[in-house]
Write a protein that binds this ligand. Sequence first.
Ligand SMILES: [Zn+2]
Length: 251
Amino acid sequence: MRQRYSRQIVFDGIGEKGQEKLLRSRAAIIGLGATGTVAANNLCRAGVGFIRIIDRDCVELINLHRQMLYDEQDASVPTQKATAAFKRLAKINSEITLDPVVADVNAANIETLIGDVDLVLDCSDNIELRYLVNEACDKLRKPWIYAGVLASEGLTMNIIPGETACFRCLFPEAPHPGSYSTISTAGVLNSVTAVIASIESAEALKILLCSPRVRKTLFRIDVWNNSSDYIDVGKNPDCPVCGRHKYETLI
Ligand SMILES: [Zn+2]
């Protein structure tokens, strides 16, 4: 029994076999902002054996209120988020493999970046990138978890090719750029990013362990207005992605 994980090994849903399976599991986290830093921290401490952490940006002072792996020193000189997160996470758990990648995830590199992992966690803030992740994961038959936050509200959904509806079933059309609020205009609370990323992390463990408890609904929470829902999302049989496997954003 691995002592550092003893408090989750005694949990019924994991056990020793589950822990060994997590240590053999591989995940990629796309985006190391508010949700990505929380998810990376959770998965690292839980002993997911290989975690690729991907982000193109540097740490800025305005990130610190919600991006939990960074500090003032990281923001004071140009520091890539992937590098800063790697340094922090490596001190937390030196027994797993962390693969920091400074990159803009795009159609040319996504299949390489996710091709060798068991699960992809969307921690981006970009709907176009989510459409790309959706298509790449459908093509490669990989599960991924959508997580989105704005203001005091968050959404998350597990997207498992062949089983659940996909992101395009959920959002058939991308809104026009500039027609919707962003974190720059509507803000975001660190509490909702942490809640959504933690739920995403719990689902990640369940998916990696092939648990029968994997959630099949869209989860929504508003931490300021005191509401939460589990919403059924039907699979669209004519969906161009999960229905017809026609990809518009992949090369
Ligand atoms: Zn679909």
